[in-house]
Ligand binder design. Structure first.
Ligand code: KIV
Length: 274
């Protein structure tokens, strides 16, 4: 049985929720088999799958293409799909139409959008259309240019008060969960205590109701910069690099393919061809 928003909300204050990003069928199958509660098809696919500098170029079509593959792979996990930059910012109507398209064309269970009180009207309208919403506050990568870079948010009194106000506004608008990205742990804990919504931290400390990581980061898939909040559970980059080098060597030395990977033909048949 696939997890519903009620199954997950039931766990608030009891059992933490595990969430990871995924962008393809096989990764989703493996996460689902591991029992991961929620899979996020993040617009981070712009960086980690498509090689863009940031998430701004990602389109609704990109999210649908990858999102539908993830939904096909996940049987028990709730699948949440990000609404990309400019798919909801311009108007409430855009927001509902694009959230509806994403849900209709992928069969996902919820959408996520970045922003606090200023987007409460979008969240309310999407929820009223029957689509569960995860809000995303703190560091919001779609606003990287306005924020002046990827920095911890909510450190000053003013910023901390704004974060608490944003959390309240998105919850009141109907968001069932709130992603808290790069927020000091004590502040994320306060949001968690004051909110009826689930808080899912990424760089928000262990006082949140759940945690999310980008899977390439936690698997050590890339060998570039790793944010402070990431724990590496594997060194996939080294494993893959070694395998690719070994394959190149085996092809060049004709060690691959060997008899084991080769199809035979009856000798009489082949003789008649000469
Ligand atoms: O796009 C994404 O992967 C995200 C996570 C960082 C939460 O929004």
């Amino acid at each position: 049985m696939r997890k519903s928003i009620f199954d997950l909300l039931e766990r608030k204050g009891k059992q933490p929720i595990s969430m990871l990003t995924a962008y393809d069928y096989h990764t989703a199958c493996t996460m689902d088999e591991a029992g991961i509660d929620m899979i996020l098809v993040g617009d981070s696919l712009g960086n980690v799958m498509l090689g863009y500098e940031n998430t701004l170029a990602v389109t609704v079509e990109d999210m649908i293409h990858h999102g539908a593959a993830v939904v096909r792979g996940a049987k028990q996990a709730m699948v949440v799909i990000d609404m990309p930059f400019m798919s909801y910012q311009a108007s409430v109507e855009d927001a509902v139409r694009n959230a509806g398209r994403i849900m209709k064309e992928t069969n996902c269970q919820a959408v996520k959008l970045e922003g606090g009180a200023e987007y409460a009207d979008r969240i309310r309208a999407i929820v009223n259309a029957g689509i569960p919403v995860v809000a995303h506050i703190g560091l919001t990568p779609q606003s990287v240019n306005a924020l002046g870079g990827f920095k911890v948010q909510g450190k000053s009194l003013e910023q901390a008060q704004k974060l608490l106000a944003d959390a309240k506004a998105v919850e009141e608008a109907g968001a069932f969960a709130i992603t808290l990205e790069c927020v000091p742990a004590e502040l994320a804990k306060l949001v968690t205590e004051r909110s009826g919504a689930l808080t899912i931290g990424i760089g928000g400390g262990n006082g949140c109701d759940g945690q999310v990581l980008v899977y390439q980061d936690m698997l050590g898939y890339t060998n570039g910069f790793t944010p402070k909040f990431v724990k590496k559970y594997a060194d996939l980059h080294s494993v893959m690099l070694e395998a690719f080098k070994q394959y190149k060597h085996d092809v060049e030395t004709r060690e691959f393919p060997s008899k084991e990977q080769t199809f035979a033909i009856n000798e009489e048949v082949i003789e008649k061809l000469y």
